[in-house]
Design a protein around this ligand. Structure first.
Ligand SMILES: CCCCCCCCCCC/C=C/C(=O)SCCNC(=O)CCNC(=O)[C@H](O)C(C)(C)COP(=O)(O)OP(=O)(O)OC[C@H]1O[C@@H](n2cnc3c(N)ncnc32)[C@H](O)[C@@H]1OP(=O)(O)O
Ligand SMILES: NC(=O)C1=CN([C@@H]2O[C@H](COP(=O)(O)OP(=O)(O)OC[C@H]3O[C@@H](n4cnc5c(N)ncnc54)[C@H](OP(=O)(O)O)[C@@H]3O)[C@@H](O)[C@H]2O)C=CC1
Length: 277
């Protein structure tokens, strides 16, 4: 679909690049010539993914353990990444979610999600932006958000607050940093049944990650479809797109936000969900 070598010479840092959508983007970018920096908390997972992608594509893949909730860890990540050559693009992909009744969330539960999905994304964006501006280099930031940033969604409030906050950051910095040649864009995926999604969102619904007919195309999305859109948004072909969030959800948010399914749950189903955590 894309020209060979479309991303040759680009160095792309992907948070949460060891699994799911992050790993799918990593594989696609590397196949198109990019070198990669993958980060996450689990070193073994990162190493396995990095080695698999390097062997399949010949790309340079640096796997660096980092907990993006910790600003000192994030600075160390960016220093280590830059030591291997300047990074051209950051993908804010790492995120966290609970499906729970909001009245059952403690302040620590709220903080646990915001720390990764909101604060971590902001720490990484600032770490990249400061380095690009100091070096006079252009850069781009792609954040993986959610259609809930448009619709809102009950029972996943900490994640929705985080994604909406990162969308606000995207629009704001797209304007503030445009003169520095730094571009910020986002993708709002609908349902893409990764292992993380199945464990955290659809546990107990393995055969049916969303209700039939939830989206106009009557099927969930695929990681490779997200990787294609991410490639386009980070490529020179998208140089005129700034501050925008592109929806990839088979038209789902035009029908419902996902909350309708959750509103139908019984007390017993909520208790079972709570017990599984
Ligand atoms: C089929 C159903 C259709 C529903 C349709 C809805 C559509 C949804 C669309 C979703 C879009 C987004 C999807 C995704 O994001 S998929 C990616 C998911 N991946 C991850 O979340 C991976 C990262 N996750 C984590 O790192 C951790 O799970 C997390 C940070 C979230 C928590 O880890 P941590 O170790 O920090 O947490 P603790 O166990 O220490 O707990 C901290 C406090 O949080 C409370 N807690 C934990 N789980 C729950 C829960 N399920 N419900 C309520 N509260 C919870 C825990 O009790 C701690 O609080 P206290 O100390 O006060 O007890
Ligand atoms: N799949 C879907 O349907 C949808 C996904 N999204 C978003 O897409 C993104 C990827 O999700 P998906 O691939 O499905 O799920 P995963 O659970 O596979 O992705 C989460 C990744 O983030 C990493 N991560 C989590 N916390 C941290 C942290 N504190 N520091 C560093 N890395 C961390 C995890 O690695 P480790 O545990 O090793 O740290 C993991 O690699 C998320 O932001 C999610 O909200 C949005 C809408 C729908």
């Amino acid at each position: 679909m894309f020209a060979d070598g479309l991303l040759a010479g680009k160095r792309i840092l992907i948070t949460g690049g060891g699994t799911g959508l992050g790993a799918a983007m990593a594989e696609r970018f590397a196949g198109l010539g990019a070198s990669l920096v993958l980060c996450g908390r689990r070193e073994e997972v990162l190493r396995e993914t990095g080695e698999r992608i390097a062997a399949a594509t010949g790309a340079r893949v640096d796997a660096i353990r980092c907990d993006i909730r910790d600003p000192a860890d994030v600075d160390a990540l960016f220093d280590a990444a830059w030591a291997g050559g300047p990074v051209d693009s950051l993908v804010n992909n790492a995120g966290a979610i609970f499906v729970a009744r909001s009245e059952h969330l403690s302040h620590r539960a709220f903080d646990a999600v915001l720390a990764t999905s909101l604060h971590g994304s902001i720490y990484c964006t600032l770490a990249a932006g400061k380095r690009w501006i100091a070096a006079g280099r252009p850069g781009s930031v792609l954040s993986i958000l959610s259609t809930a940033a448009i619709t809102g969604r009950g029972f996943t409030v900490p994640t929705v607050v985080s994604k909406t906050g990162v969308l606000a950051m995207t629009k704001s910095l797209a304007v503030e940093w445009a003169s520095k040649r730094i571009r910020l864009v986002a993708i709002a995926p609908g349902t893409i049944p990764t292992a993380g999604f199945m464990a955290k969102v659809a546990a107990g619904r393995e055969g049916e990650p969303e209700a039939p007919g939830d989206n106009t195309l009557e099927r969930p999305g695929r990681p490779d479809e997200l990787a294609d859109l991410a490639t386009y948004l980070l490529s020179p072909a998208a140089d005129y797109i700034n501050g925008e969030m592109v929806v990839l959800d088979g038209g789902r948010h035009l029908r419902n936000s996902g909350v309708e399914d959750l509103l139908k749950r019984s007390d017993a189903e909520w208790e079972a969900q709570r017990a599984r955590r």
